[in-house]
Write a protein that binds this ligand. Structure first.
Ligand code: C2E
Ligand code: CA
Ligand code: CA
Length: 746
């Protein structure tokens, strides 16, 4: 059926149809009528095949086709009466068939012209009615009224003639409705409109001629009717035709120039006729013109009312757009500020308002790695969750990017902190946002309080500063604004700016802290620890800048650099596979980057280091136990021959769970065990026992004193690390220690 929808098929139909029309005009009498009927029958048959292939609006188009078939039946009936029966009866069966076509045509076209758009639908409908009423009034004066009083015809004859004109008014109404709905340029739409238009013009011309008895077969009016059939066929053959009724596409009932022009002409037509033909119109004609004018006047008023409420709507929409965030639908900064000013101005003398600034901790990597649409979905999910945390008079706003704010209109510090904690929890709940992995976003929250006389700009700035101070404490934390923290935060922001150039400017370096075998105190490996030689601040400790690097995403290139540096040094100490081991810290951020395993693989290949000498340290704050992708990466790394160490293993239950869920070879016991040795000895003993029973290696960190070392050895630890042996030192200094016993004298 598909070839019927090709442009070529329409060209063939149009050409064959034109050819038939030429033959029709060349012939005369009964032969001509047969050519006409056959030509139209063929075309309607093609149309039927096309419409049966429709998946949408098939019933409507079949109804229109039935209308066309009625017209054809009328043509056939007319020819048979004229040439076979040879009786020029009027009205006849043929007229009944013709008249049946109009309501079918309208019944099919109206659902296609509808837009289902409520008030907009109404606007188009009123425009169409105005044009139709005007045309009806004119047709009344020039055709219907003279026909009605034409005493040369029978009463039945006059009624049928009136019915024809009524059918034409109906057709015109449908045409006006169609035209009022479309601004697009769809071909099938123009075909079907032209089909109705040519029919209407043909009918009106015919009615005029009939009044003056000047119509004869084979004239130009026939060509109009013929074209009406062909245009209908071309419409339904078009592949887009079945979508014409889809409605939502092109409905636009704004008062464009041509629409206004059409409406003005329509509204003025009846009164104009009345004025210029005043002396020749009869009372009945005049009253029809007057009633028509009145009806149009009322319709115009309704139309004005519609336009006014449309304007109201757009005003409401514009003001919503100006005060809300388009992505999440939350309030924006403007609305937050406005609401805050109201609250600050009207709050009770000792009422408290709180402003919370929220900033996602790892939004940038989510956005970069999973794509912006995924990032947008995450922001929307978070917006929804935050909104559910606050009450009626409170405001949740998106300030931009991954920054949100909450205004608590009447609160106290305990409530505000509870909201901050609820927000952190709500954001961290895993969100299925359609990416390849679930994400567990963290948010840092800064809180500040204000009361009567406060200024929202200050509150937002303070909450922002508090938020940065929360970020410094790690992910998913909250902090209250306090005098003095502003300075720290400025430090943080400056560090962040400076860190951008640190790698390129060679300001980073790696130190090595020996790892010692407890049995003989020999140095068997080292942990690589990054340092930053800041141009003005001096040596900056990783505790201070690693969180900054994580927040800005810079930890990924920095981590890769440290890894390469560590592997290269280890290979330089000893190129054999049995040389000292090297431990490198890996931040959770690096694990979120799918390319991490590749980075490690190429680093090993480029430096030539045996993978059995590399240990990667991960911390339990990494949260990777919940992330399938990260666990997969750990397995991939182990498949390369690398070992994994769980760093800073404390006494918490979480750590015990990690021992079970993560593929781990080595456990590094947090130095807090050493500092609280008196209290924690029993616990330490249990943990070391557990680690060794799981077949893992235990390294004790923070060994500073003789008693630390003794305890570690007694409890069965394998290796130790700490100031008792050596602080972290530069490459050359470390090289001298390899394989030698350290601290044996003390
Ligand atoms: P960490 O992995 O627990 O590293 C051990 C830290 O303990 C080092 O601090 C080290 O100097 C210190 N330390 C060693 N022995 C003793 C001791 O006997 N007593 C005490 N009190 N401390 C001792 P550092 O170098 O300041 O590093 C701090 C943290 O920064 C590291 O903790 C690690 O989590 C992180 N870090 C260091 N380098 C990197 C790196 O390249 N990448 C990443 N992601 N994190 C790093
Ligand atoms: Ca470590
Ligand atoms: Ca550690």
């Amino acid at each position: 059926m598909d070839h019927i929808r090709r442009p070529g098929a329409r060209l063939v139909v149009a050409s064959v149809s034109a050819l038939f029309l030429v033959v029709y005009f060349a012939l005369a009498g009964f032969a001509a009528e047969i050519v006409w009927d056959v030509a139209i029958f063929i075309q309607l048959a093609v149309a039927l095949v096309a419409v049966l292939g429709f998946r949408r609006h098939r019933r409507a188009w079949l109804t229109i086709l039935a209308g066309q078939a009625c017209f054809l039946a009328g043509d056939v009936g007319f020819a048979v009466l004229e040439y076979v029966v040879q009786s020029e009866v009027y009205p006849s069966v043929a007229d009944v068939l013709y008249l049946a076509g109009y309501p079918l045509l309208a019944a099919g076209l109206i659902p296609i012209a509808r837009t289902r758009r409520g008030r907009r639908d109404l606007g188009g409908m009123i425009d169409a009615t105005i044009v139709t009423v005007a045309a009806a009034a004119i047709l009344w004066v020039f055709i219907m009224d003279p026909t009605a009083w034409d005493s040369s015809t029978s009463i039945i004859g006059r009624l049928v003639a009136l019915a024809y004109t009524a059918g034409d008014v109906l057709a015109l109404g449908v045409l006006a409705l169609l035209l009022s709905r479309r601004t697009g340029n769809e071909r099938p739409f123009w075909y079907i409109s032209a089909s109705v238009a040519t029919m209407f013009v043909g009918d009106v011309a015919f009615s005029f001629m009939a009044l003056q008895d000047s119509y004869s077969l084979g004239g130009p009016v026939d060509a109009l009717w013929y074209a009406s059939y062909t245009l209908f066929v071309l419409a339904v053959m078009h592949p887009e035709c079945e979508h014409l009724g889809d409605g939502e596409t092109a409905a636009d009932t704004r008062l464009t120039g041509w629409r206004l022009g059409a409406l003005a002409i329509a509204a003025l037509a009846a009164p104009t006729v009345l004025i210029f033909r005043f002396d020749s119109v009869s009372t009945s004609q005049a009253s029809v013109l007057l009633v028509g004018t009145l009806v149009m006047f009322l319709l115009v008023i309704v139309r004005l009312q519609l336009i006014a409420s449309d304007l109201d709507d757009s005003r409401v929409r514009l003001s919503h757009e100006a005060t809300h965030d388009a992505l999440t639908g939350l309030a924006n900064r403007t609305l937050l500020a406005r609401r805050a000013e109201e609250v600050l101005a009207h709050s009770a003398p000792n009422g408290t308002i709180a402003v919370l600034c929220l900033d996602l901790d790892d939004f940038k990597p989510v956005n970069d790695l999973l794509g912006h649409p995924t990032g947008d979905r995450l922001l929307r999910v978070i917006a929804r969750r935050l909104s559910s945390l606050v009450g009626e008079g409170d405001v949740v706003a998106r300030l931009g990017g991954d920054e949100f704010a909450i205004l608590l209109a009447d609160t106290d510090s305990a409530t505000a902190i509870a909201v901050a904690e609820a927000a952190i929890d709500a954001v961290r709940r895993s969100a299925d946002i359609g990416g390849p992995v679930d994400v567990y976003p963290n948010v840092s929250v800064g809180i500040t309080f204000g009361g009567t006389g406060g200024v929202i700009e200050d509150l937002l700035r303070d909450a922002d500063i508090a938020m940065y101070s929360a970020k410094r404490r790690g992910k998913g934390q909250w902090a209250l604004f306090e005098a003095g923290i502003a300075e720290h935060v400025m430090d943080w922001l400056e560090l962040r700016a400076d860190l951008v150039g640190a790698l390129a400017d060679d300001q980073l370096l790696v130190e090595f802290q020996p790892i010692v075998r407890l049995a003989d105190r020999r140095v068997v490996g080292a942990e690589a620890l990054v340092r930053w030689q800041h141009p003005t601040l001096g040596l900056v400790r990783p505790d201070r800048f690693v969180p900054v690097a994580e927040d800005s995403g810079l930890i990924v290139p920095i981590g890769a650099w440290v890894l390469a540096q560590a592997c290269r040094s280890a290979q330089a100490w000893d190129p054999t596979a049995t040389g000292p081991e090297i431990s490198v810290n890996v931040s959770p951020h690096q694990f979120r980057d799918a390319r991490f395993v590749d980075t490690v693989r190429t680093t090993l290949a480029e430096t030539g280091l045996a993978s059995s000498r590399l240990i990667l340290e991960i911390t339990e704050t990494t949260q990777i136990a919940d992330e399938e992708a990260a666990i997969g990466m750990l397995h991939d790394l182990r498949a390369l021959g690398i070992r994994i160490a769980l760093d800073d293993m404390g006494a918490g239950f979480a750590s015990l769970r990690y021992l079970r869920t993560l593929p781990i070879d080595i456990v590094k016991l947090d130095r807090s065990f050493m500092t609280n040795l008196d209290d924690d000895r029993g616990l330490l003993s249990g943990v070391i026992g557990l680690v060794r029973s799981l077949g893992m290696i235990a390294i004790v960190e923070g060994v500073e004193l003789d008693v630390h070392e003794r305890t570690a050895r007694e409890l069965g630890a394998d290796f130790a690390q700490g100031f008792r042996y050596s602080a972290p030192i530069r490459n050359d200094a470390f090289r001298a220690l390899i394989g030698t016993p350290v601290a044996s004298g003390t």
